[in-house]
Design a protein around this ligand. Structure first.
Ligand code: NAG
Ligand code: NAG
Length: 219
């Protein structure tokens, strides 16, 4: 008879730990357009990844991307390639696009993917001297994104922020409505020079991802 309450206590401990896990914030992986992303599987089912199930929930689609031991592109119609499974059951995405943004679920454990993107106007990568270019850096976040612990803070900045006039956005996670973005205009001087601008995303005090844009000035 004494063994029953004992089993009950073990069960209660298990339940309370599970509950604590549910209360934690869903983690976010930050990547940039053209980069790679690795989404960790937070609940690996032994003995290997063959019974792992990855589900993608994006603004336009929902469905399985890894099931029955195989990658499937049915749910991610914007992709035809570039998905693979790591030996630790993580989901690898190569050449990330803004369409990959979403919520990914591995065996019921969730992880968000957010993507940083820089665009230029005009978009030419070679421009005349003394012309102006405007760069816009945007953090694309999943719908209803709540993946960040408010105390950790998400901010956007240009890497050469010693230039005092460059804007830094603090607290992207509380910005409504999304997306969070920063803009700069540059006058391109000097023939044959090369301008590289890097937008970076910081969370929890660390640079998580960055994306660069290079413009050559014609001779
Ligand atoms: C992304 O991964 C591919 C394949 O593993 C590799 O060839 C490529 O260099 C990676 N790209 C970046 C930006 O790391
Ligand atoms: C570029 O911007 C500067 C500063 O705003 C302005 O004086 C200049 O006329 C602009 N150049 C062109 C080609 O628009």
């Amino acid at each position: 008879m004494a063994s029953i309450p004992c089993a009950l206590i073990v069960l209660l401990i298990c339940l309370s730990q599970d509950h604590m896990g549910v209360q934690g914030k869903t983690p976010t992986v930050f990547s940039s357009e053209g980069g790679n992303a690795t989404l960790p599987c937070r609940k690996v089912v032994p003995p290997d990844c063959s019974s792992t199930e990855w589900i993608y929930t994006g603004s336009k689609a929902i469905g399985e991307v890894f099931t029955n031991g195989k990658i499937s592109y049915t749910a991610v119609t914007h992709r035809a390639k570039g998905l693979s499974l790591g030996s630790d059951c993580s989901l690898h995405i190569t050449d990330v696009t803004t369409e990959d943004v979403g919520l990914y679920t591995c065996n019921q454990e969730q992880v968000y993917l957010s993507v940083l993107q820089v665009s230029a106007s005009p978009s030419e990568t070679e421009m005349e001297t003394n012309s102006n270019v405007t760069l816009n850096c945007v953090l694309h976040t999943p719908d209803n994104w709540d993946g960040i612990d408010k105390t950790k803070g998400v901010s956007m900045s240009w890497a050469d922020e010693t230039k005092k006039d460059l804007k830094i956005i603090e607290n992207c996670e509380t910005k409504t409505p999304p997306p969070c973005s920063i803009t700069r205009t540059e006058e391109l001087r000097g023939p044959n020079s090369v301008y590289t601008h890097t937008c970076q995303l910081t969370a929890g005090g660390q640079v998580q991802t960055s994306v660069s844009h290079t413009i050559k000035v014609k001779g």
